[in-house]
Every structure is written in structure tokens, then in C-alpha cells.
Design a protein around this ligand. Structure first.
Ligand code: NDP
Ligand code: NHF
Length: 379
């Protein structure tokens, strides 16, 4: 076993999911020849970062990411900080020759994303962006069915990502945990935070997006800002919907909001082709619903396929328990770590790469520009 020394920057929600991935990957993917070593974790709050290091068994801590990147004993830098720090950290890490795993969205905007792609490609370092929903087994299987040509010509792609956690107008913006409500830290609201996932999956499953027309809304116009202590204008999009044309001629319909009362994290998509349709729902993540028009007439109907076989035909499942038993959200991160390590070992390009994530960033940018100008925008 060769060590793969990890330097984690940011120890919040994603810091935990990724660390869980590093800790479990070798137990479930024994064929890997590298073992992630939890070398160092970094955060600005020294006390909290030490607590995290103790709980999750990191060997050391840093309070400035520059010091972490400067260390010779770090092979891969994992960026789990708010969006406004991704570019600076990733570019510095690339210059230091580190492999980089960066959280989504890649950057605040395409201009930053382009500089990041240039830096990692110039340095020739292994890289990936954590669009983890690609690695839900049912979503990976959707990709396999599409690549096998089962859908035929695709007519429609629709996706939703719905939440309800910002409805309360007393919720402040900015600072720890609430940086998502501040465009300076997040870049945008639901477009970069949630629709970016839907766009990444859509491009992966259905190809590039050509043009978009969008609308956004900010329902609560002012919120107390945790940093200034005053009511400040809210600069993010609370909700966004857009229509698009894909390069393959199909039509897309996307919606995301944090104002859908009752929905905590409902990501769904449906694809309609001439021969078959597919749909998936994060809240029932093991099921892939599939309609095949080639089925015998009297039996034709939507099948609900429980992805859990161990014969190798259903992705990732043979790595886990016994046929029929479920895995969940956290396993998508274990899968991404496993695939990243495999890519280092085989030399194959890991997807999604920074370049893939830049394409998603460009779609997000066109969506926001279209909403602001009330016009169609090319991507
Ligand atoms: N793939 C997915 O499904 C998901 C992706 N994300 C993405 O992950 C990223 C992080 O989100 P999340 O984990 O929810 O955020 P959290 O707010 O939970 O955690 C952010 C962490 O970053 C640290 N941090 C902030 N600024 C710096 C800095 N300058 N230097 C070092 N550490 C810093 C904070 O610690 P401290 O304050 O001590 O510095 C904190 O530990 C975002 O880009 C987000 O979009 C988030 C959720 C799901
Ligand atoms: O997938 C996700 C679920 O929701 C989070 C916000 O609440 C997002 O940041 C994240 O990317």
C-alpha cells in the first residue's frame, strides 16, 4: 500500500463527508494500491480545527491554508471551504504541484474557473470537483443505459432541486454556516449551490447545453448581516428556473428554490427519449424508474428498479453489503475517493474534472445573465 497524504481545508459539512470517504475507502475497495492518510486539516478557528482533528483522527492541524500547501508531506489538497476561496487555494495548490479535489461549484464565476483550469492543466496535476451525485449507483446506471443507446433520440430533460431552509425572514446572512446567503462568499444563491448539481448531471447524461433563458427571484430583500450587524440587501437568488436547448436538440427545464415548504433536499430528474424514459429521485436514491417502449404491450409500464444487485451489472453495489440492502448519501463520497485513487493508478482522467466543472460554471453564468437581462443567452 502506498500512502496518499491528504490535506483537508475546511472541516464543516463537506470536511466530514470527505473524511468519511477517506477512512472507509480501502475497506470497501481492497483492490486500491493507495491508502489515504489523514495528514493535516486546516481551518481558521484553531480550537475548532483541533477538536475536529481529534474526533476524526487527523495527524496535525494548520490555521492558514498557505502553510498546509507549503508542506512537503501533503500529496493531495481537498478544498472544502466556501466558494469565494476555491480559486485562490486551488491555483496555489496547483503551483505547488499538489493533486486537488475541490468542492463545487468550481468558482465564483467563469473568469475564476478559467484561471483554475489553466493552473491545473499547466501543472499537470490530478484533479476533480465533488459533483458527488454522479456516483449514486442509480445515477451511474442511468448513464450506462443512456450510453448503451436505450433511449434513442432524447426529447426532454427536466430537473429540480428543492429546499425550504431560508423561508424565515429572520434568518441572518453571512458568516459561518450562513455564507450561502451572501453572494460575496457564495457567488450566487440556488443557481451555484443547487442547480450546479443538476447541470453537472445533465451535461454528463445528455451532453452540452447550448443556450438558456432564466428567471430568478429574491423573496426576502434584506437580512441582518452577521459581519456588519446591520440589515443589508440580499444579493443571492432564492429561486431560479430556466429553459434550455441541449446540443443534441432536446429541451431542458430546470428549477431550484429554497422556498419549497416541505422539501429539505429533493433532487429529481427525468429524461424522455423516443424509445425509453428514465427518472430518479434523491429521496428514494436506490430506485431508478425506467419505461421501455419496446416492452411487450400488455406488460409495458414504468419499472421501479431497486439498484442493489451484486453481479457487477449494477454499479458500485457489489462493494457493499449483500444483494437487496441499501447504501446512502455518504457512499457517493466514498465512491468518488475510490474513483479518484483508481484514476491516479491507471492514468485515466478523473471525471468530473476542473474542465468539466468549468462548463457547468459557464451554464450557471449564462443563467444568471439571462435572468438579469430577460433575454436568451448562449453558453
Ligand atoms: N458536493 C456537495 O453535495 C456539497 C458541496 N458543498 C460545497 O462545499 C464547500 C463547503 O461547504 P460546507 O462544508 O457546507 O461549509 P461549512 O460552512 O460547513 O464549512 C466551511 C469550512 O471552511 C472553513 N473555512 C472557511 N474559510 C476558510 C479559509 N479561508 N481557510 C481555511 N478554512 C476556511 C471553515 O472553518 P473556519 O471558519 O474555522 O475557517 C469551515 O470549517 C462549498 O463550496 C459548498 O458549495 C457543500 C455541501 C454539499
Ligand atoms: O447537495 C447539496 C445539498 O444542499 C447543500 C445546501 O443546503 C448544498 O450546498 C449541496 O451542494
Amino acid at each position: 500500500m502506498k500512502p496518499l497524504n491528504i490535506g483537508l481545508i475546511g472541516y464543516g459539512f463537506m470536511g466530514r463527508t470527505h473524511t468519511n470517504g477517506y477512512k472507509r475507502v480501502n475497506d470497501f475497495f481492497p483492490e486500491l494500491k493507495h491508502r489515504p492518510i489523514l495528514k493535516a486539516v486546516c481551518g481558521r478557528n484553531e480550537e475548532k480545527v483541533k477538536e475536529f482533528a481529534d474526533q476524526w483522527q487527523y495527524e496535525s492541524t494548520e490555521s492558514d491554508w498557505r502553510d498546509l500547501i507549503a508542506r512537503d508531506d501533503i500529496d493531495a489538497v481537498d478544498i472544502c471551504t466556501p466558494n469565494n476561496s476555491h480559486a485562490e487555494i486551488a491555483i496555489a495548490a496547483a503551483k505547488a504541484g499538489k493533486m486537488i479535489l475541490c468542492e463545487k461549484p468550481l468558482a465564483l464565476n467563469p473568469a475564476e474557473g478559467e484561471k483554475m483550469v489553466e493552473a491545473i492543466e499547466k501543472a499537470g496535476v490530478a484533479n476533480t470537483v465533488w459533483y458527488n451525485y454522479r456516483r449514486v449507483p442509480a445515477v451511474t446506471m442511468a448513464k450506462q443505459l443512456i450510453d448503451e443507446g436505450r433511449l434513442g433520440r432524447v426529447f426532454h430533460y427536466r430537473a429540480n432541486f428543492l429546499q425550504d431552509w431560508t423561508i424565515n425572514e429572520d434568518l441572518p446572512q453571512g458568516g459561518a454556516a450562513l455564507w450561502r446567503l451572501d453572494a460575496a462568499a457564495a457567488g450566487s444563491g440556488v443557481t451555484g449551490d443547487l442547480l450546479a448539481h443538476c447541470i453537472d448531471t445533465a451535461i454528463w447524461l445528455n451532453g452540452s447545453i447550448k443556450d438558456v433563458t432564466a428567471m430568478t427571484e429574491t423573496f426576502v430583500k434584506e437580512r441582518m448581516h452577521n459581519e456588519t450587524g446591520k440589515k443589508e440587501p440580499v444579493t443571492i437568488d432564492d429561486a431560479c428556473a430556466f429553459l434550455c436547448h441541449f446540443q443534441n436538440g432536446s429541451l431542458g427545464l430546470f428549477e431550484s428554490t429554497r422556498y419549497a415548504r416541505g422539501h429539505k433536499a429533493l433532487y429529481t430528474f427525468e429524461i424522455n427519449g423516443e424509445n425509453a424514459s428514465i427518472r430518479w429521485d434523491l429521496h428514494d436514491l436506490h430506485r431508478l424508474e425506467y419505461f421501455d417502449h419496446n416492452d411487450e404491450g400488455k406488460l409495458r409500464g414504468w419499472r421501479s428498479i431497486h439498484i442493489s444487485d451484486h453481479d457487477g451489472s449494477q454499479p458500485y453495489m457489489d462493494k457493499w453489503w449483500v444483494p437487496g440492502l441499501n447504501i446512502g448519501y455518504e457512499h457517493t463520497f466514498v465512491h468518488q475517493v475510490a474513483d479518484f485513487i483508481k484514476s491516479i493508478e491507471t492514468g485515466e482522467t478523473m471525471r468530473p474534472s476542473f474542465r468539466d466543472a468549468l462548463e457547468t460554471q459557464r451554464v450557471c453564468d449564462a443563467v444568471l445573465k439571462s435572468a438579469a437581462s430577460h433575454t436568451w443567452k448562449n453558453v
